[in-house]
Structure formats: structure tokens, C-alpha cells
Write a protein that binds this ligand. Structure first.
Ligand SMILES: NC(=O)c1ccc[n+]([C@@H]2O[C@H](COP(=O)([O-])OP(=O)(O)OC[C@H]3O[C@@H](n4cnc5c(N)ncnc54)[C@H](O)[C@@H]3O)[C@@H](O)[C@H]2O)c1
Ligand SMILES: O=C(O)CC[C@@H](O)C(=O)O
Length: 630
């Protein structure tokens, strides 16, 4: 079958370039005009009215040219500016314009005087650029346009395309009214709404296909492109009110991102993950083996927090799903809260405050102590424990700590060998052990019995670490003088009603798992985790992955990159290399990282190769996931 010839008809403003050229020209010509802002706004409004079909195009053009007050010499400055403003994904796929030059047309209601120069760099000759032309006066001022040109009239593109009478399929790519009406009028076979620079509802409604970038257009048309898979096709789901910066960062990189403010149940998650490539969660969403097993497209999970025990890390690894977290972003926030709570508890501040809220003036020093000179017992001397150690010492506290691992003491902190020793000497015990299930009920009746009479307990680690019934008892019988609790064995999926057995107990500070919930921490997490996700999706890097062999890859230059995740069983590397050899690929780099269960091999190869190799590599027994990046 002879393939149908395809003609690609591009709009110029906001499609081939990121801007409307006449708006840019206005910036140039009005540079010293005190009313510049108002005039530019008027020009933008008129442009939009024309694009949306609210006023006739001729009127819009006429009114804008009058407001512009431009000269011929301004046009060279405009061309310089426009050259810098070619749409990002168009620029990325310059080769398409070279290889398909004969089939490409620009039909624009802009002006040849600047369009020709810009598109010439993309191999589009002036003969295939259909646009308006300016009229100048004897002083080279732009005073109008050629009114006989069909493109200066309403629905000019329809007339232009009709006159061209192109043979074969006609695909129109544009962002506005004048583009989509060509399909309605029957002069275009397909209309692609180009939304990389501007998204107009009416354009989208009238499109056969929405192209958020040029990669998508090429992908749909099965044309060669400079990126293996359009990023807009990679779907990301962010749950649990992840900071909006994460959405902004990932969307800006081109991914399709959806946010949900709560966590989801297992069944809801299974349903929602259909077609999703990357999941973002915080501490509440349980990503179980069943969830991972059913999420066939899932490539990565981002824990927008420190803890990752809510994710079945083994199941993720076995399915080639890489997990990232933010191990340090909220450390300081937790430490500051712990310091604040130590002081508040030792001064009974919440008790005094509640009394006064209830109308009772109770000025007393009873149960109010300075923290200076008191012994702070830190359980878990990791990132949080260590930083707390330094700050507490600066307040004059004597710091002791207990950790299952050999941790270097900071400042004057003293390591104790046994938990029992720490519990029996400290005035304040603060828990910062990790979220390992082995730590369940780590502090219970026996431990409370060891603690000093009138000591305080702080738990900012995980709810299950403390036996809540035992804690309640210890508080009720006065063994403890107070407690601050941020985490609970069972936490709700969303904000709303909640019951804890500690409710109503005096000198107990209750917070709803907000230790890491500061604007600074959430912002930092929203930068850190997307950065790791993007590094993995865009280039295969697994640096800082929680459950996967870590590998930092060099930049991929002029190569295709094969990413092969497989079970770590004998002979698999040999099979991979055998296939690569059979297809005679020119390998420019190969990197391997393994752990006991999986292997991750990355092979960079010359761009020209027999594409059948992909199928052969996917077929190798033990392959978990395979993808090609370029
Ligand atoms: N409340 C919040 O909002 C919030 C915010 C951030 C972190 N956290 C939690 O705080 C905890 C600490 O975080 P981190 O970043 O310091 O973790 P980390 O991994 O850096 O430190 C944990 C330390 O605890 C030690 N440890 C583990 N089990 C122990 C045990 N049974 N006895 C003694 N030591 C033990 C480890 O050896 C390690 O040094 C984690 O559970 C984390 O999930 C809570
Ligand atoms: O913000 C969260 O949801 C969790 C905070 C904290 O427990 C963490 O693991 O970082």
C-alpha cells in the first residue's frame, strides 16, 4: 500500500514560537512610552479577541498595528527576539523540519517580514510561508497591511488552504480559532491543538488531538523524534496534599500530573493507578504488594517524607519500581518542634493556657522547670536525634543517647549502652528511632516503669513505637509528668474527626503528625523528591533510591540508552550481551549495578541500530522492566 502523502501546516505565533510576535514588537516599540503597560495589555486583549473569534481578524490586525507605532528598523530587533523564543519542543525536534521540509507549510496571520527569517532556520523556504505583509510609509513606518492578502481577512486560513489545494492528508497544527476552523471548513483533515505555550479551551474543544508539545505530535504520527516517549504521556499521581511546588516542577518538565488531597484505600489506589507511571505519597498511603502487583505501568514511587515503611519495598523492587524519599528535608522541622515541646512540657504551658482559655487565672510555679541542666535522653541518634542533640545542648541540657548502631557523639553528648540506663536517668525521653516494624511497642509498661518519676516523653517518630495504653496509664498514675505525641498507631486518611485515648489528659500535647509539616520542609521535599524522580525517568539515574541499586549515569550524548531491570540470576548479563552482540550494536557505554535480588544494566549505543533488538532484549528470561531512552 502506498502511504498517503501528509502535509503539515503550522501556525506561527504561540505554536512555532512561544509568543505572539506583535506583543513582542510592542515591547520593543513602546519601550520608552509611559503608557507602555496599558497599551501592551490592550494589544494582548485585542489579539485574544481575534484568536477566539470574538472580533474579525481584519479589525484585530488593524487596531493592533495602529497601537504598535512600529518602524521597519524595529523588525530586526523583533527577529532577534523571536529567534530566542522558538517553542522548546520544536527546537528539540529540528531534524523533523530538515527531513520533512517538502511537506511543511507555515500559514499564519502574522507577517512574512519576520516569519520568513525565523522559519528559514528550520529549513522552511519563503515559498512555503503564507502570511501577511506590512505596508510602510515613506519614513518606513508601519502603517498597515496588504488588505488584498486573504490572510488579513476573517477565516483567511481557510481560503489560503483551499487555494493551495494540497494533495494528500492535511494536518493543521495551531493554537487558535483561525487554525481549528480549517477542519470545520473541510480544508484540513486533522487539527492538532498545540498547547505547549498557550491553552485555549475552545481550541481544545475543536481539536482532533491535543499536542502539549511537538513530541506528542510526532509520536501520534509515528514520525522520528528526538525524545523516546512524549513526557505528557507519563502520568503522575500525587496524593496527600503534597506541596504544590512538586506539581509545578513535574508539570513544567512536561509530565501529566494529577493531585488528590487525601490518601487512598488499597482498592481506591489500585483503581486510580491504572495507567499511572509515578506515584507520590506521604506517610498515610499504604502501597502494598497487591497495589504494586496490579499497577502494571508503575515505574517509581516518591515518598514525600522520610518514612518508607508504608511502601512494600521488596514488592516494589521485584516489580522494577524504584522508590525515592526525602531523608533530610524535614529533619530540622521535627527538631524544632521537639525543642519547643520540651520547654512547653517542662513549664506546663499548655495546662496554664487551657486553664486561662477556660477562664481560670492560675499563676503558679508548681510543675514549671527550666530545661537548663536537665538530662535529655535521645532514643535513636540518627539525622533527627543528632541535630536535636546539638540544639538541646545549646539550651544547656545534658544530652545522653541510645542507638542500636554505633553512632558518633556530637558535642558533649554521651552515649549510653542500654536503653534501661537511659530511661532511668533522663528527665525527658524523646523518641527518634526509625519506622522499622521491629520497633512496635518499643516503649511499654516495662519501659515506663524504668523511667524517672515525673519524667516527660516525646514521640515524634512513629505511633506504633509506643504502647498507647501503657502511656495513658503512666500519665494517669503520675509516673510521667507529661507527654508530647505527634504520631499514632492508627492515623486517619484525611483531616476530620479523630479519637485518641490520650484526649483530655493534663499536660499532654497532642499534634496530628505535623512534625515535618512546615512550609520550609514541604517546599524542600517538593523540590528534592521530584528531582530524583525526574533524574530516573529522564535519564535512568537511581542515586538515592531507597530500594534499588544506586547508579549515577553520565549524560547521554548522541546515544540511545537501554535500561534493563532484571532478576539477579546467573547468566542474565551474558544473555543481554549475547543479544547486543548478535545485533552488532556499537556500545558506547555500559553500566551495571546489582543487589541480591535485582540487576540494573544500562547500555548506551549508537543511534543507528536494528530496532528488533528491543524485542529480543525484552524477551530475555528474568527481565522485569525494559525501556529505551533518548
Ligand atoms: N513526626 C513527623 O512528622 C516525622 C517527621 C520526620 C521523621 N519522622 C520519623 O522520625 C524517625 C527518625 O527519623 P530520622 O530521619 O532521624 O531517621 P534515621 O534513620 O536517620 O535515624 C533513626 C535512628 O534510629 C536508630 N534506631 C532504630 N531502631 C532503634 C532501636 N530499636 N533502638 C535504638 N535506636 C534505634 C537507627 O540506628 C538510627 O540511628 C523516623 O521514624 C521517621 O519516620 C517523623
Ligand atoms: O509528612 C508526612 O506525611 C510524614 C512526615 C514524617 O513522618 C516522615 O516520615 O517524614
Amino acid at each position: 500500500m502506498i502511504p498517503t502523502k501528509r502535509n503539515f501546516v503550522f501556525d506561527f505565533d504561540s505554536t512555532l514560537t512561544r509568543v505572539e510576535a506583535l506583543d513582542v514588537l510592542a515591547e520593543i516599540t513602546l519601550v520608552n512610552n509611559p503608557q507602555k503597560a496599558e497599551i501592551i495589555q490592550e494589544i494582548v486583549d485585542i489579539t485574544n479577541l481575534g484568536i477566539d473569534g470574538e472580533i474579525s481578524f481584519t479589525e484585530s490586525l488593524d487596531r493592533r498595528i495602529k497601537l504598535l507605532n512600529a518602524k521597519k528598523s524595529d523588525l530586526s530587533l523583533l527577529i532577534d527576539e523571536l529567534r530566542k523564543k522558538v517553542s522548546t519542543s520544536i527546537e528539540r525536534n529540528k531534524e523533523f523540519f530538515e527531513n520533512y521540509s517538502e511537506d511543511i507549510y507555515v500559514i499564519s496571520c502574522g507577517f512574512k517580514e519576520f516569519i520568513d527569517d525565523i522559519v528559514k532556520d528550520y529549513n522552511i523556504p519563503s515559498e512555503r510561508v503564507y502570511a501577511n505583509t506590512f505596508e510602510f510609509d515613506e519614513d518606513d513606518r508601519i502603517i498597515g497591511f496588504d488588505a488584498d492578502n486573504v490572510l488579513s481577512t476573517h477565516n483567511g486560513k481557510i481560503k489560503c488552504l483551499k487555494d493551495l489545494n494540497l494533495e494528500g492528508e492535511v494536518q493543521v497544527i495551531g493554537d487558535g480559532y483561525s487554525d481549528y476552523v480549517t477542519k470545520e471548513a473541510g480544508v484540513a483533515d486533522r487539527f492538532f491543538a498545540y498547547t505547549e505555550n498557550v491553552v485555549r479551551d475552545r481550541t481544545i474543544e475543536n481539536a482532533d488531538h491535543i499536542a502539549p508539545n511537538f513530541d506528542e505530535f510526532l509520536y501520534v504520527n509515528k514520525l522520528p523524534r528526538n525524545i523516546s516517549y512524549p513526557k505528557n504521556r507519563i502520568k503522575m499521581l500525587l496524593l496527600e496534599n503534597v506541596h504544590p511546588d512538586a506539581f509545578a516542577k513535574l508539570s513544567k518538565d512536561g509530565f501529566t500530573v494529577e493531585t488528590v488531597s487525601t490518601s487512598l484505600s488499597e482498592d481506591e489506589l489500585i483503581e486510580k493507578l491504572k495507567g499511572v507511571h509515578v506515584l507520590g505519597i506521604r506517610s498515610k498511603t499504604q502501597v502494598t504488594r497487591k497495589v504494586i502487583g496490579s499497577a502494571k505501568k508503575l515505574m517509581a514511587v516518591g515518598a514525600f517524607c522520610i518514612g518508607t515503611k508504608q511502601i512494600d519495598l521488596d514488592a516494589a523492587k521485584e516489580n522494577g519500581v524504584i522508590v525515592f524519599n526525602a531523608p533530610y528535608s524535614n529533619t530540622r522541622s521535627v527538631v524544632e518542634l521537639a525543642i519547643g515541646e520540651i520547654i512547653m512540657l517542662m513549664r506546663s504551658v499548655f495546662q496554664r493556657s487551657t486553664e486561662l482559655h477556660n477562664g481560670l487565672w492560675n499563676k503558679t510555679a508548681q510543675g514549671a522547670k527550666e530545661v537548663r541542666g536537665k538530662k535529655l535522653g535521645i532514643v535513636g541518634y540518627g539525622n533527627i536525634g543528632k541535630q536535636l542533640s546539638v540544639l538541646a545542648e545549646a539550651l544547656g541540657m545534658k544530652v545522653y543517647y541510645y542507638d542500636v548502631e554505633d553512632k558518633l557523639a556530637l558535642g558533649n553528648a554521651v552515649r549510653v549502652e542500654k536503653l534501661s540506663e537511659l530511661l532511668s536517668m533522663a528527665d525527658v525521653i524523646t523518641l527518634h528511632i526509625d519506622d522499622n516494624q521491629a520497633n512496635e511497642n518499643f516503649i511499654g509498661d516495662d519501659e515506663f516503669a524504668l523511667m524517672k518519676e515525673g519524667a516527660y516523653l516525646i514521640n515524634l517518630s512513629r505511633g506504633f513505637v509506643v504502647d498507647m495504653k501503657a502511656l495513658k496509664k503512666a500519665l494517669e498514675v503520675g509516673r510521667l509528668a507529661g507527654a508530647a505525641v505527634d504520631v499514632y498507631p492508627k492515623e486517619p486518611k484525611a483531616n476530620g474527626d479523630y479519637y485518641t485515648e490520650l484526649r483530655g489528659l493534663p499536660n499532654v500535647i497532642l499534634t496530628p503528625h505535623v512534625g515535618g509539616s512546615t512550609e520550609e520542609a514541604q517546599k524542600d521535599i517538593a523540590d528534592f523528591v521530584p528531582g530524583k524522580i525526574m533524574a530516573y525517568i529522564n535519564s535512568g539515574n537511581t542515586v538515592d533510591a531507597v530500594n534499588f541499586p544506586n547508579i549515577r549515569l553520565p549524560r547521554q550524548v548522541n546515544a540511545h540508552r537501554f535500561l534493563h531491570i532484571h532478576k539477579n540470576v546467573p547468566g542474565i548479563m551474558a544473555s543481554i550481551n549475547k543479544v547486543l552482540a548478535e545485533f552488532e550494536l556499537n556500545i558506547t557505554g555500559q553500566y551495571l549495578s546489582t543487589d541480591a535480588k535485582v540487576g540494573y544494566v544500562i547500555t548506551d549505543i549508537d543511534k543507528e541500530y536494528n530496532k528488533k533488538v528491543i524485542k529480543a532484549l525484552k524477551k530475555i528470561e528474568g527481565t522485569i522492566k525494559f525501556r529505551v531512552l533518548y
